[in-house]
Ligand binder design. Structure first.
Ligand code: FAD
Length: 454
């Protein structure tokens, strides 16, 4: 049986970053990936001759770890199209134009939105996102749902619905009554502030030419035959001196093992001796959010000629946010125009029960609420289907239920014997984002090399 320095399970950005850093340091590494491709939640697909990013795609200016890796790999970025007016679809279904960041709502509501943004910013300022359980108000904030916390902030329903949109449907992709106020603060602190999260020009700033999936592809190319595809790891036997990993009946030995998986997927692997109870409990309190990413490609970006940027928000719409998602001018599909929109949590549950045709009709009708009847007839229509893939199971990422971040958060970072765990979903900075995957992958490599203990 061959014995590697480190065997890494999962060829998403976390696993590939760890593998690349360990290889650069001279380790003998093997990456085992269950799918027949690398990249995990990052994937670029061709439909009808155009390029569509099915998973993660945007990069923001605070995501320094990802920006550094993109540069190191020789990849290029470009700005999301944003010239022109944005849209706000109000409760009556009317699309109202606006410029800048302030939504076209009543003055009093606008003031309430700004005030609550300020309150969350102050809470986020007090948080080290790598240790959210140490926040001075951690215990109190973790025992109430974000919905309860928000209800206590204001009676202004429209202000509440808009604040809720940014943290529920648009970020954690769960109903706001299913995660804690502390998790909402973590999401804000992980991006620097809540002000950053509500600023689409910040949080959805850049894209990578060829797609963000070029990052894992470039890493895998450098790693060459150290990455083995279609290798679903089913068993890890360990002792203090190392581990034996079983894949397709074959056994490989390792001094260290990294399970570079979302916490929910650790339990797919039989670990022997089993993980301590608290480790298992911690992961049982994590679950994936759910969002359907929808892309509609049109013969032309018709909204641009109408003075619109393609950006829009509609807290009461099935598609709660939309953006121009036309690829880079040198990429396939650049001559046409693409809108991306998102259907989240309970709305995604509801349309998930419909036939494909019914769901498409409902989603296009919601796009038409933003852009008019022209939106009803795209030349290409693509839905991302992560929720149907067992190896992911939702989107964008996993998070804790109410009360569990303080109870179990630190556990997700603890190694067990020679086994270490990680994914973007346990990151502080870059939580649930590719930047977080790069940071966690780098940190795991440093820990294995003995350069860091935290
Ligand atoms: P994953 O990518 O989930 O990698 C885990 C890997 O492990 C997978 O390849 C899986 O197949 C493999 N695996 C699982 N079990 C086993 C096993 N037993 N044996 C072997 N292999 C196994 N982030 C951003 O930064 N910007 C965005 O715009 C953005 N938008 C998103 C949109 C969507 C629709 C989705 C789904 C995600 C989005 N994200 C975005 C989040 C981002 O994609 C993830 O945070 C990141 O890619 C996670 O990387 P990871 O390596 O931690 O996990």
């Amino acid at each position: 049986m061959k014995i590697y320095d480190t065997v890494i399970v999962g060829a998403g950005v976390t696993g590939l970053t760890a593998a690349w850093r360990l290889t650069q340091a001279g380790q003998d590494v093997l990456v085992l990936e269950a799918r027949d491709r690398t990249g995990g939640r990052l994937r670029t697909e061709d439909h009808n001759g155009s390029e569509f990013e099915i998973g993660g795609q945007w990069v923001s200016p605070d995501q320094e770890a990802l920006i550094g890796l993109v540069a190191e790999l020789g990849l290029e970025t470009y700005s999301r199209y944003r010239s022109g007016e944005s849209l706000y679809v109000d409760r009556s279904g009317a699309a109202r134009r606006f410029t800048g960041e302030d939504l076209p709502v009543e003055e009093q509501t606008a003031k309430e939105i700004d005030r609550i943004i300020g309150v969350i910013d102050e809470l986020a300022e007090l948080m080290d996102p790598d240790r959210p359980w140490e926040h001075p108000q951690a215990a109190a904030l973790d025992r109430v749902s974000f919905a309860q916390w928000l209800d206590a902030q204001t009676d202004d329903q429209e202000a509440r619905d808009n604040i809720a949109l940014y943290l529920g449907p648009a970020m954690l992709t769960k109903p706001i009554w299913s995660f804690s106020a502390l998790t909402a603060v973590l999401m804000s602190a992980s991006a620097g502030s809540f002000t950053h999260l509500v600023d689409a020009d910040f949080i959805l700033d850049k894209r990578v030419v060829g797609g963000l999936a070029s990052v894992p592809s470039a890493l895998a190319e450098r790693l060459g035959d150290k990455v083995r595809l279609s290798s679903d790891v089913t068993h890890v036997a360990w002792s203090d001196s190392g581990a034996v990993v079983t894949v397709d009946g074959e056994q490989v030995g390792a001094t260290s093992v990294v399970l570079a998986l979302p916490p929910t997927h650790v339990r797919r692997i039989r670990i022997d001796p089993e993980l301590p109870a608290e480790h298992r409990h911690a992961r049982e309190h994590q679950s994936f959010g759910l969002v359907i990413k929808v892309q509609a490609e049109y013969d032309t970006p018709f909204w641009r000629s109408g003075g619109l940027s393609g950006t829009g928000f509609g807290p009461w719409q099935l598609v709660h946010e939309v953006y121009d998602n036309t690829p880079h001018p040198t990429g396939p599909g650049a001559a046409t125009g693409t809108i991306v929109g998102f259907v989240s949590d309970v709305n995604a549950d509801e349309v998930g029960r419909l036939s494909d045709d019914e769901r498409r009709a409902r989603i296009l009708a919601s796009l038409a609420a933003y852009f008019g009847e022209e939106a009803l007839t795209p030349r290409t229509y693509v839905e991302s289907d992560w929720q149907h893939q067992e190896l992911t199971g939702g989107a964008y990422a996993t998070s804790f239920d109410v009360g569990s971040l303080t109870r179990y958060g630190a556990k997700l970072h603890e190694p067990v014997g020679p086994i270490r765990f990680g994914s973007s979903d346990i990151a502080g900075h870059g939580f649930q984002h590719v930047d977080g995957a790069v940071r966690i992958g780098t940190r795991l490599a440093e820990q294995i090399l003995g350069h860091s203990s935290t």
